[in-house]
Design a protein around this ligand. Sequence first.
Ligand code: NAD
Length: 474
Amino acid sequence: MTDYSALLAGYTGFEKGLDVSNPATGASLGTVKDWSEEEVTSAIADAAETFKEWSQRTAKDRAAVLRRWFNLINENAEALAHIITAECGKPLAEARGEVAYGASFVEWFAEEGKRIYGDIVPTHATDKRIIVMKQAIGVVSAITPWNFPVAMITRKVAPAIAAGCTALIKPAEATPLSAYALEKLAIEAGMPKGVFTVVSTTDPAGIGKILTTHPTIRKISFTGSTAVGKLLLAQGAGTVKKASMELGGNAPFIVFDDADIDAAVAGAMVSKYRNAGQTCVCANRFFVQEGVYDEFVEKFTAAIKGLKVGDGAVDGTTVGPLINEAAVDKVAGLVDSAKKEGATVTLGGNRHDAGPNFFEPTVLTGVTSDMEIASSEIFGPIAPIFKFKDEDDVVRQANDTPYGLCAYFYSHNLGRVWRVAEGLEYGMVGINEGIISTELAPFGGVKESGLGREGSRYGIDDYVEIKYCLMGGI
Ligand code: NAD
């Protein structure tokens, strides 16, 4: 067990505050500060003050600080991974992957900040010039979920900070420790006070209201459920704040008759069972064509039987706990209603004896689109499998949801690959791939899955304003 206490020195040990516990064991991990409304308001003022200085630095200066932060995250990767596993439950190997993935955004945007180019537009009059510049948007508030407690923060704040913004980060109640560890490393990297400030709270609605309505905040960046995203958008509307929203999903995973079934099973395993099924891009509905249905179900079920459920800190664990008992109750309820509606449990289906926050990896067959589970974001280790006849029908079913984050399909028919990729109403599509996220590509959804994109060269656009200047008298 790697000792991570140095990364949290000064951040835990509060007598009264937000208690953090390990979802696998129930063990207490410490108590962090419960920020008051006055303290958050004062932190917003600090961020605004720092913005004046930070936004005036050269992009190269800011990049140097971000690069030091990136190096420090890597040097402390093992400790950070242990913090993630302790507070969020995912297996250590996945937590290590998350740290590398989270750090990759810091490295990418350190460089991308140097390429926020403006334009000189051809003029409409010979004595005038048209200039377009891009400027940092101002103070940003970032509200993040518990399922990727490091990466969901860096994916937002790295572009913000690289562009010259300053940020307040409100992590989920379950996972403030990763956020504070990142803050500690940011300070060590040379970020001035007010550039990256974590505000943990037992009152997300109250503090969230300040972070979405305070006139100094110019932009909200949120990752979480669609329901909360809608509320925050409405709150931000009063002061017309810009907003990036990374919301829920209901990903279809389609296997056509012409697919490589072994590859589809491998893709299904990583897409479904990463983080015990608790990712926004997890396959949520498996559509398998009639001709390969039996083969896919048999091979997928055999692979799932090989998963090892338990404490993510224990060697060999591949599926950790769900985040809390409420999440287990929700998943158990979805399985029960699917059974009542006529689905068959062909594997699992029950709470797991590893502890109150565990649920068995489960396969449901005979699932149809009218069942409750078909329209719910499962966020757990349940694989509902639907049988389909033809391409048009499956694309229609796949799109029959208000969500539009990520879709997957497996096929080796070239024409079908184009048709289906174009027909799916999703922001991201994995074609013969079950895991698609990288800092190099634009991550984000359409419909009720969100607004804006994170990562890639597009990711920095959300943190700059476009200013047009017309210069006359030339
Ligand atoms: P959640 O919406 O309950 O919470 C997310 C964050 O919002 C937390 O920090 C929480 O404290 C805060 N929050 C809750 N109520 C609030 C309020 N009234 N005002 C201000 N803040 C409030 O979501 P969750 O359960 O933490 O995360 C799971 C959800 O996140 C899923 O729907 C998942 O799909 C989504 N998610 C999306 C992406 C993406 O990139 N699209 C990535 C990860 C998770």
